[in-house]
Design a protein around this ligand. Sequence first.
Ligand code: SF4
Length: 386
Amino acid sequence: MEIFYKNLNTIPYNIYYSNRNKIKTVILQATPFCNIDCSYCYLDNRNSKIKMSDSKILEFIENLLNYEMLASEIDIIWHCGEPLILGADYYNNIITLISEILKNKIKVTYQIQTNGTLLNESWINVLTSKKIFFGISLDGPKEIHDKYRKDRKGNGTFDNVISGLKILKETNTQFSVITVLCQETLENPKILSDFFESLDIKYISLNFPEIEGINKKGLPYNNSTNLKIFNFVKFFYDKRSEDNGLKIFQIEHTIKSILKNTSPPILSEHIPFSTLTISSNGDLYTFSPEFLGFSHKKYGSFKIGNINNYDFNLDKINNFKDEIERGVKNCENSCEYFVICGGGHPASKFFEQGNMECSVHRSCELNIKILTDSISRLIFNNLSNK
Ligand code: SF4
């Protein structure tokens, strides 16, 4: 076991990241099972009901602490499956035990990324006693949300999500909303803003549907999509002066990046072990969390070890790291958006292009280039009109 942790501490870092980085984010797949069946889900084992071993995960976290591999502040996030399946008592218990291990040594933020359908009264004690931050998936009004987020019988899930949201509000629990953009809301941004303003939600994060994992559908990349994205961005750009208007994280972030015009962001997904993802059977993944459970003929499994038997593949991590760095270098040498983007997400590159050393790919065209061009144009028009 000691060799395992010593090996983890020997990962070399490249010129971009000259300081030894520690683990900042631990993503736990408590179970892969999900009670609903979204049309764009990327996970392929969401029927499996296996559950992570409490004792093994506690032992692993204690070892990460003892071998000084954790940053002084970390996020522990339950994700990749529907975490709430395991019930309120599970989280009450596991958070108490993790907090005992890390108390006075590491500052932890606990987060749960959920579809929100299982939040009910049984959660109230946990919500008020544990400081958990919730990320809720909500795609817009009922007719839109229910079209894409159905339960396993084919019924919409909107009503349950809204009930869960009310409980979060009543218990003053911190939460954020993630919205997958669909054709309906892309073409009618007012639908989104009216809906979220009616719920008194001021800020959402947007996901462009991407080709990822088993999801092979994404927004089409063509002139028509470009124009729709421009109009969508313009709508929210023009609304920014309204005090209570809905704001979109990606638009605000891109505006700041353009106006700041500083050095490119360093993405945690490029740094080995900055993010550690642990599957319900104890397999370890790093770089992009979306690699969980996937393999490829060129790389084999993306898994780099397992917490149950302490096998650990240092060569594999170094190979991934080298390929990701080549990809970042290719981006830096060829792309004028590098200063905004930082070189893209390895999982998006892999799922779209079959490798991680490419530069331009469909996801960055949508998430970075069109967004940056649209906002630059709006800022320029705005300044010209003054
Ligand atoms: S926008 Fe695309 S090509 Fe440009 S830096 Fe980002 S990932 Fe690389």
